[in-house]
Design a protein around this ligand. Structure first.
Ligand code: UDP
Length: 383
């Protein structure tokens, strides 16, 4: 239950993150909360993606206070879920927060929501209400976010569509707050810093940026995506490709075997967030199965072909930036060719006011948390 401890006179908020996208989207929230005199904000890192998240903490200058170090070699999803739940629960017992905040739809988020629920601590969910309405896609993220919703007591919806989804599932309107997506705040932060590209295309070259990491694309779909990239490559001799390859052991060998010998295809390790934002800005087109990249591409007005059959970011499709092509090589070559022919290089306008947010989501979240946790009676958010 909520208490404003008179000794410390501040409300204890614990933010939990585990993966790269959570680190990116929670960094603005942690920064905003650490600026508040009413809050004492502690960052708990489960280290689901240690190597990918560490540079983000550095970029945003938000060091974790607690590192749970949950990953073990070859760990299955049930093992990971188990370890996460127990570790986060123990951390919350030690931290005794007034509120737990987590973002998105990873196993870290589900574990945080569940551990908070078990301890009777209010759970605030950032980027709440995204839905494909298909429990198998993305797997296990759709199930994670649905479950997190029903364990949360404060919901920060990034878009009107997400808000509608929550209301349709019976969440009380006063518990749902439309804030915009904190990923757009992060994009502002990184874009202002203009990092250089360490790998790949020469300055001025036309290039396609590619990322793939979703579980449902591993195996045969990934081979089909590589085939689509190869066809695009063969049809467009003036175009280069930059593919920062996700470290998942199911991705790297497949991509390297299919495309590693092609001179105009630059395979690189994952890029740090700053250089990756530069790559998204400079790319003629993006091919990706990432959720965050769809939002960022929309803000940067870089066309994106979504390597998935369904998307919870229909706003990107509706405004014409994104198009769903799945893992179909024909669709990738056809739609890719069309987009490359249409795309203008060099004069693309960065427009951060997008359907996904205006770059001020974290400030809104901090101010709503202040009202809910510090000003209003504790009973308004208690579970
Ligand atoms: N990203 C990055 N380096 C890369 C690829 C992606 O910094 O090499 C960033 C990207 O800008 C976005 C986030 O990672 O903010 C997306 O992460 P991911 O695709 O792993 O997860 P999703 O958004 O699908 O949950």
């Amino acid at each position: 239950m909520i208490s404003s401890d008179p000794e410390r006179r501040r409300t204890n908020v614990v933010c939990v993150v585990g993966t790269r996208p959570e680190a990116i989207k929670m960094a603005p929230v942690v920064r905003a909360l650490r600026d508040q005199s009413w809050a004492r904000c502690r960052l708990v890192f489960t280290a689901q993606h240690r190597d990918l998240a560490d540079p983000i903490f550095e970029l945003f200058d938000v060091r974790p206070d607690v590192d749970l170090d949950v990953m073990r070699p070859g760990q299955s999803l049930p093992d990971l879920s188990n370890r996460l739940l127990v570790s986060v629960h123990q951390a919350l017992m030690r931290e005794r927060p007034d509120c737990v905040v987590a973002q998105g739809d990873t196993t870290t988020v589900l574990a945080s929501a569940l551990a908070s629920y078990m301890l009777g601590i209010p759970f605030a969910h950032v980027e709440a209400g995204l839905r494909t309405h298909r429990l198998d896609a993305p797997f296990p993220e759709e199930a994670n976010r649905v479950a997190a919703t029903h364990l949360a007591s404060i919901h920060f919806a990034p878009t009107p569509t997400a808000r509608e989804n929550l209301l349709r599932e019976g969440i009380a309107p006063e518990a749902v707050h439309l804030t915009g997506n904190t990923g757009i705040d992060a994009l502002h932060f990184a874009a202002e810093r203009e990092a250089a590209l360490p790998h790949g295309p020469a300055p001025g070259a036309r290039f396609v940026l590619v990322t793939v990491h979703r579980r449902e694309n591993l195996g045969e779909p990934l081979r089909r995506i590589c085939e689509g990239v190869r066809r695009l490559h063969d049809l467009h001799p003036d175009v280069e490709f930059l593919w920062p390859v996700h470290p998942n052991p199911g991705v790297e060998p497949v991509v390297r075997e299919a495309l590693g010998s092609l001179e105009r295809v630059h395979l690189s390790p994952p890029l740090d967030y700053g250089p990756f934002v530069t790559a998204m800005k400079r790319a003629t087109m993006i091919l990706s199965d990432s959720g965050g990249v769809q939002e960022e591409a929309t803000a940067l007005r870089t066309p994106v072909l979504v390597l998935r059959d369904v998307s919870e970011r229909q706003e990107a499709v509706r405004c014409g930036v994104a198009r769903l092509v799945g893992a179909d090589p024909d669709a990738i070559a056809r739609e890719g060719g069309r987009r490359l022919a249409e795309a203008t290089d060099g004069d693309r306008r960065s427009d951060f006011a997008t359907p996904f947010g205006d770059g001020r989501a974290a400030a809104r979240i901090a101010s709503i948390l202040h009202r809910k946790l510090h000003v209003e009676a504790p009973t308004t958010v208690g579970v």
